[in-house]
Design a protein around this ligand. Structure first.
Ligand code: HEC
Length: 111
């Protein structure tokens, strides 16, 4: 009985880790790394988003302002204006695959 409880306690963290690895997909990355500024829905209507002048990515006109390559480059290298970082670079945090998936995710936010 005692052994079984121990085994269950050991298994739980492993299951949680597997969950975290699986969650490394675009919607999860968006919520974790991007939504604080860009909003869950891409509208940019967050406190940070408004302060930084984030655009509304639900708007087709805004989506047309950048192509996929530019979006990927911005996600990698970030956005700086007048020597101030507005969006930090994510190239050390996210793989090329994850960035590609995020570009597609940004596109899917268009209404
Ligand atoms: C600290 C706030 C902040 C975070 C966090 C952030 N961004 Fe940005 N992002 C900005 C700002 C500011 C701009 C420039 C204004 C704009 O184009 O909306 C921008 C621009 C962009 C652009 C437009 C590029 C262009 O050429 O117009 C894309 C795409 C983008 N971000 C994606 C992301 C993704 C994906 C993440 C998460 C991995 C992310 N951002 C995280 C603030 C942020």
């Amino acid at each position: 009985m005692k052994m079984k409880t121990k085994a269950a306690l050991l298994v739980a963290p492993i299951a949680l880790c597997a969950g975290a690895a699986l969650a490394a997909d675009a919607p999860a990355n968006w919520s974790q790394h991007c939504a604080s500024c860009h909003g869950k829905d891409g509208s940019g209507s967050t406190t940070m988003g408004k302060k930084l002048g984030v655009k509304d990515y639900r708007d087709a006109k805004v989506q047309a302002e950048f192509d996929d390559a530019k979006a990927a480059q911005v996600i990698k290298d970030g956005v700086a204006e007048g020597g101030k970082t507005k969006m930090k670079p994510f190239k050390d945090k996210l793989s090329d695959e994850e960035i590609k998936a995020l570009v597609a995710y940004v596109r899917s936010l268009k209404k």
